[in-house]
Structures are given as C-alpha cells and as structure tokens.
Ligand binder design. Structure first.
Ligand code: ZN
Length: 211
C-alpha cells in the first residue's frame, strides 16, 4: 500500500504519523491521557492487538534514558504495557524475535556439537567456548528463512505469541521459516572456538566480504 493511499480513518500513513505526533506533543512524560484516535489505531492496526481485538484505554509516555521516550498503553486486566504506535503504521517484517526463535530452535544442535569438540578447533590450544557457523553464517540462513514467511505465516506466528510474557517466543511447528532453518542446519559447517578465535573468524569473514 502506497503512502498516498488512505490507510486509517481516511488519512494516509504520513498523515496518521503527523496526527499521532501532534497528540503526543500535548503531554509530558508520565502524564496519563486517553485518546480515542490512539485507541482505535492500536485496536485496528497494531500487529498483536488487532488480531486479538485488544483496546488500550489510556496512554502515557515513559521515561527513556537518553532521548525520546517509551510509549505505553493501559490494558484492562493486564495493566501498562509498551506498545509501538509506529508499528501500527509501518509494520516490521524483519523482527528480531523471529530470528531469536530460530536461533533457539537450533540450540540443541549447537550444544551437542560443542560437547563433542571441547578444545578450540581453530587454535587447538584452549577450551572452546562458542560454536561458530562457518558456512553458511546463521544470519544468511535466517534471512532466507524469513523470506519464506507469507502474510498468513506472520499472522499465525503473531497470533500465537504471548505478547504479555517475557518468556522466549517459540514459532509454530509448521512455520516455514522454522522448518527451513532446521533443515538447513543439518548441512551447516560448524566450528567450536575459543573467544579469540571466534573474533578472528568474524574479522576474516568481514575482510573477505570487503575485498
Ligand atoms: Zn582458539
């Protein structure tokens, strides 16, 4: 959807962003306020709240060290919870939490590999501490995995996430990104390394990419 098309309440994305900023400018950090406009925006457009038809009833900016502020909504039965109004306008499709879930899913492989390689495979001198993805790098796998997710897969993953919880998020078993990652991981080249050798591997990869 282009930025010039109506997106919410007849406004374009750019207009919605301006409108929200205009509302937020009226309030100090920690000052509680309500706004039908913001409640509607989050209920209709927030990736999690829209699927569960959750409606925050009031809002506040929360102190953030440095510049800016956090934005939080008050949710009945749940209390205050940070909620991104920006994501209501520009949803992200490269979420770190998905990549973290993919990393968690291959962790058992990593643990087994490390137990089988107790000494650093690069220097052969000292105990290994990390397991490096030599080929392909994990980020490369994750990037290809994310590309396989359709809008429906995103919706299903988000629907099943527990937005309120701090527990690690787990992808549904039939998620294509998860399946791809587990399958690709069977053929990766791993190397158990000490910290110094891990950094050395990373440096070498970086310089070979810049050639
Ligand atoms: Zn080493």
């Amino acid at each position: 959807m282009g930025r010039s098309q109506p997106y919410f309440k007849g406004q374009t994305k750019t207009q919605v962003e301006k409108e929200v900023q205009g509302i937020l400018e009226l309030y100090q950090v920690a000052e509680e306020f309500s706004s039908e406009y913001l409640s509607d925006l989050i209920t209709e457009k927030h990736y999690y709240c829209s699927q569960h038809r959750i409606r925050p009833t009031s809002f506040r900016k929360e102190f953030k060290p440095g510049s800016g502020y956090y934005f939080a909504g008050y949710f009945q039965d749940k209390g205050w919870h940070q909620v991104s109004w920006k994501q209501c306008i520009y949803p992200r499709r490269d979420e770190d939490w998905i990549v973290t879930a993919l990393r968690d899913a291959v962790r058992p492989d990593i643990v087994i590999y490390k137990q089988a390689h107790l000494i650093c495979e690069r220097c052969g001198q000292i105990p290994s501490e990390d397991v490096d993805h030599v080929e392909p790098e994990f980020d490369v796998i994750a990037k290809s995995a994310l590309k396989l997710m359709t809008e429906d897969d995103w919706r299903a993953a988000i629907f099943e996430m527990d937005w309120w919880s701090d527990e690690p998020f787990v992808l549904p078993e039939n998620n294509p990104a998860l399946q791809y990652t587990l399958e690709s991981h069977k053929n990766v080249t791993l190397q158990a390394v000490c910290k110094d050798c891990h950094s050395a591997n990373a440096r070498e990869r970086k310089s070979s990419k810049n050639l």
